[in-house]
Design a binder for this molecule. Structure first.
Ligand code: NAP
Length: 294
């Protein structure tokens, strides 16, 4: 039966993971290494078999009844599947089980999953790679990175403490904030950059003069590599960000467009003093961002 959680990262919990992909598989590898028993549920039997073979889970199957006696369950499916999967899962869980998710957008997920399960804590481990699926799972993926938890006034404190302890045991820096603050913050530092970077690639790729485009492609080095990286990532993830974090992303995009218009005006008017002041300010402001390790 359930262990009666102490919120101290006990090392012999029964932990369920639903969705054995990059994040679910990586969680499984580390949670097993910490001494927990990990039970996986994924859509495809072949993924369950691969997860067992990779050592990411002790046991796995597509059947959610497997998670009946778990202390904590991590929902690690794509964002669009979270609610449906939770609806199928919750009838099989013990009432004391803590449910948490790893979705990159929090407000819509927290709103729907809190209605389905009282002992629910929204979460977002801010770790990842450009790869997907169980074969992309990595040991130590969460070490040194932020892990945001988004409890509401209704979230049971003991559940927050337990998920906090687990995230710390994975080596993450844990932050707590509301789902709305999370979504607005990640709109700035994750979702806006994808849209800006993809627009940069598109604008450059549509250069009308073929000789100029060919030369630009040959000359591209570290500046273009850094600024184009996130725009060249997984299209599905980009659409998910825009779809589920639409309001916060649009607010960030409008403010970004205003800034770009200001820069255009400064250059059109040859207002080099204002442009320099702007660039001096951004040089200072960049140092306020606490970049996570690669
Ligand atoms: P992923 O590698 O594609 O893994 C998702 C897994 O979910 C798939 O392997 C799939 O396995 C399984 N799945 C899909 N539908 C399912 C269902 N109905 N029932 C059970 N399992 C199902 O994706 P990911 O990158 O790990 O992302 C998962 C979640 O983590 C997303 O919500 C995302 O927002 C969040 N996240 C991602 C990152 C990142 O950088 N990738 C970072 C932080 C958070 P099958 O083979 O069984 O279909």
């Amino acid at each position: 039966m359930l262990k009666g959680l102490l919120g101290n990262g006990d090392s012999d919990m029964q932990i369920g993971i639903v969705g054995l992909g990059l994040i679910g598989g990586s969680l499984g590898l580390d949670l097993r290494a910490l001494g927990h028993r990990v039970i996986g549920v994924s859509q495809r039997p072949s993924t369950c078999e691969q997860a067992i073979a990779r050592g990411a889970v002790d046991q796995a199957s597509p059947d959610p009844r497997l998670l009946a006696n778990t202390d904590v369950v991590f929902l690690c499916t794509p964002l669009g599947m979270m609610e449906t999967v939770a609806q199928q899962l919750c009838p099989h869980l013990h009432p004391e089980t803590i449910l948490t998710d790893v979705g990159s957008v929090k407000a819509p997920i927290v709103a729907s999953l809190s209605l389905l399960w009282t002992n629910f804590v929204g979460g977002h481990p801010m770790s990842g790679t450009a790869e997907q699926g169980i074969n992309a799972a990595l040991k130590g993926l969460f070490v040194g990175n932020a892990y945001v938890l988004t409890p509401t006034s209704e979230t049971p404190v003991a559940a927050v403490d337990t998920v906090t302890a687990l995230a710390r045991a994975l080596g993450s820096r844990v932050y707590h904030c509301t789902p709305e603050v999370h979504d607005r913050a990640v709109a700035w530092i994750s979702h806006l950059p994808v849209m800006v970077s993809s627009s940069l690639i598109a604008a450059c790729s549509h250069e009308a003069d073929g000789a100029v485009l060919e030369m630009a492609q040959k000359l591209a080095s570290s500046g273009f590599r850094d600024t184009s990286r996130v725009g060249g990532g997984n299209p599905e993830l980009g659409v998910m960000m825009a779809r589920y974090n639409r309001d916060a992303l649009l607010a960030a995009l409008y403010q970004y467009r205003d800034r770009l218009d200001q820069v255009i005006t400064q250059i059109e008017q040859q207002d080099w003093g204002s442009l320099e002041t702007h660039l001096q300010a951004t040089q200072q402001q960049r140092s306020c961002f606490q970049f996570q390790p690669q």
